[in-house]
Write a protein that binds this ligand. Structure first.
Ligand SMILES: NC(=O)C1=CN([C@@H]2O[C@H](COP(=O)(O)OP(=O)(O)OC[C@H]3O[C@@H](n4cnc5c(N)ncnc54)[C@H](OP(=O)(O)O)[C@@H]3O)[C@@H](O)[C@H]2O)C=CC1
Ligand SMILES: CC1=C(/C=C/C(C)=C/C=C/C(C)=C/C=O)C(C)(C)CCC1
Length: 334
């Protein structure tokens, strides 16, 4: 691990990154750190200020912190299709030794297992598990640990959307949304965390959504479930840090609209992502220990403006871009 002293930096509290100033870093530190000018260091430890620092030295442990996923045992929920399937293939491509797929459709899981095994050297197993059922999650995790051993990377990806205006949404659907999109993250994480802490090695990843940061109309249960899950990862990251467990990391991914089955009726979205892009960025986030990732990056702006500007701003943008019409169609089909 390399230790660098950075001078004249800005610290971004949202993702723990430090930006070095392009001009003054060189002047103050001399030639030694010239190559660090204008660099962004993600996920920096040991920063005690939240503001721009003028000529303040920060001790930064970095670069060699970048980890590899090679040899890891990765459990992915909701891996039968969409983002989960791409995550399985991508982890295999990046050298994970064992991939464990969870879902409810055994036929589809079996076909993803085949794809993973054909794509490289990873071993792959699949288990039928409804993540919305707490007892099933506990039973299945135990079976996985007996069959395969300790899970070192957990990706909570499974999700559902029912959608529709609140008064037209069935109570059962609201409960299902919370069971799958939110509560399941508690059950799976509680099950794998003890072995991660005991082994001093692990990473818990949650696939949340930009809808966990700002709302859209017509999907209030989905939005609320994602806001909750973003809160879960924020709090868990803080808790592990406070307890001194620096070898177990937490990442919360917040992708915007992605071209899978889930929101396939949102047809005219600008800035849509492919599931492959989300999978690639997730692996990059794991390797660089990022706590929260918002995709595409332009959505940072939406999130900030939504907090600062009146609600009518967002409404107008959604009308002008056609996103509101799309949401209406989406709801009408539910
Ligand atoms: N699509 C989008 O625009 C975005 C999606 N996301 C999030 O990404 C994640 C993946 O979504 P995406 O790939 O698009 O969706 P898909 O609908 O394509 O896939 C959802 C996956 O979740 C699984 N799943 C659903 N319910 C359960 C359950 N009760 N138990 C176990 N598995 C279950 C499905 O498996 P099964 O075969 O069992 O149904 C499927 O594998 C979700 O959490 C979603 O909220 C985030 C941002 C944008
Ligand atoms: C807010 C906003 C937009 C729409 C975002 C949408 C429609 C996001 C959908 C996200 C989904 C479906 C997430 C699922 O989890 C635009 C038009 C890009 C312009 C900038 C402001």
């Amino acid at each position: 691990m390399r230790e660098i002293v950075l001078v004249n930096c800005a610290y971004d509290r949202s993702d723990d990154s430090v930006f070095t100033s392009p001009r003054t870093c060189e002047r103050i530190t001399g030639g030694r750190l010239a190559r660090d000018r204008g660099t962004i260091y993600p996920h920096v430890d040991g920063v005690s200020t939240e503001h721009s620092c003028q000529a303040v030295c920060l001790r930064v442990l970095r670069a060699e912190r970048r980890k590899s996923v090679s040899g890891e045992t990765v459990l992915i929920t909701g891996a039968s299709r969409g983002i989960g399937r791409c995550l399985a293939l991508e982890f295999a491509k990046h050298g994970a030794s064992t991939i464990i797929l969870w879902g409810r459709d055994e036929e589809k899981l079996s076909s993803v297992k085949k794809e993973v095994e054909e794509s490289g050297k990873a071993r792959c197993h699949f288990y039928r598990c409804d993540v919305g059922d707490r007892e099933q999650v506990y039973r299945t995790i135990q079976k996985v640990q007996e069959d395969v051993g300790a899970i070192t990377i957990l990706v909570n990806n499974a999700g559902v959307v029912h959608g529709g205006a609140l008064l037209e949404t069935k109570d059962d659907n609201i409960e299902d949304t919370f069971r799958v999109n939110t509560l399941s993250h508690f059950w799976t994480t509680k099950s794998v965390l003890p072995s991660m802490l005991a082994n001093g090695r692990g990473h818990v990843v949650g696939i949340a959504s930009t809808l966990g940061l700002f709302p859209l109309p017509g999907v209030s249960d989905y939005v609320a479930s994602k806001f909750s899950v973003v809160g879960f990862y924020e709090s868990l990251a803080a808790e592990l840090r406070e307890q001194g467990h620096r070898d177990v990391s937490v990442t919360c991914m917040c992708p915007g609209h992605t071209t899978t089955d889930m929101f396939k009726d949102l047809t005219t979205q600008p800035f849509s992502l492919t599931p492959q892009q989300v999978a690639e960025q997730t692996i990059e986030a794991v390797k660089t220990n990022q706590r929260r990732v918002i995709l595409p990056r332009v959505m940072h702006l939406t999130w900030i403006l939504n907090s600062w500007l009146p609600g009518s701003w967002m409404r107008n943008v959604l009308y002008v871009t056609g996103a509101m019409k799309d949401m209406e169609n989406f709801c009408a089909k539910r």
